[in-house]
Design a protein around this ligand. Structure first.
Ligand code: ZN
Length: 87
C-alpha cells in the first residue's frame, strides 16, 4: 500500500563464486550476514539518513552469493528486511 517498488532488494546480474557449490555462476540469491547486537562487532545504528551507505561497507557485514535459490535456501536466515532500513 503506497510502498514504492524500487525498495525491493535487487540482485544485479553478476557472476560470483557460489558459497555452497563453489561454481562461478550468475548470482541468483544472496545472503547478508548482519552481526547481531551484542556480538563482537560494533554495529552502527541504522537510520534513514545513513541508508545510502552500502551494507557491504558496514563493519562485520558479510554477503554470500549463491548460484540458485536451492544453494542459498538451506539454513537461509534473513535477519532483517529492507523495511528495517527504510521507515
Ligand atoms: Zn551453487
Amino acid at each position: 500500500m503506497g510502498r514504492p517498488s524500487n525498495k525491493r532488494p535487487v540482485v544485479e546480474p553478476i557472476r560470483r563464486k557460489c558459497a555452497t557449490c563453489g561454481k562461478v555462476l550468475l548470482v541468483k540469491h544472496r545472503k547478508w550476514i548482519i552481526p547481531q547486537r551484542g556480538s563482537e562487532y560494533k554495529v552502527p545504528s541504522y537510520n534513514p539518513n545513513t541508508k545510502k551507505k552500502e551494507r557491504k561497507e558496514i563493519p562485520g557485514v558479510e554477503v554470500l552469493n549463491f548460484c540458485s535459490i536451492e544453494c542459498g535456501g538451506e539454513g537461509f536466515q534473513n535477519t532483517y528486511t529492507e523495511d528495517d532500513f527504510i521507515k
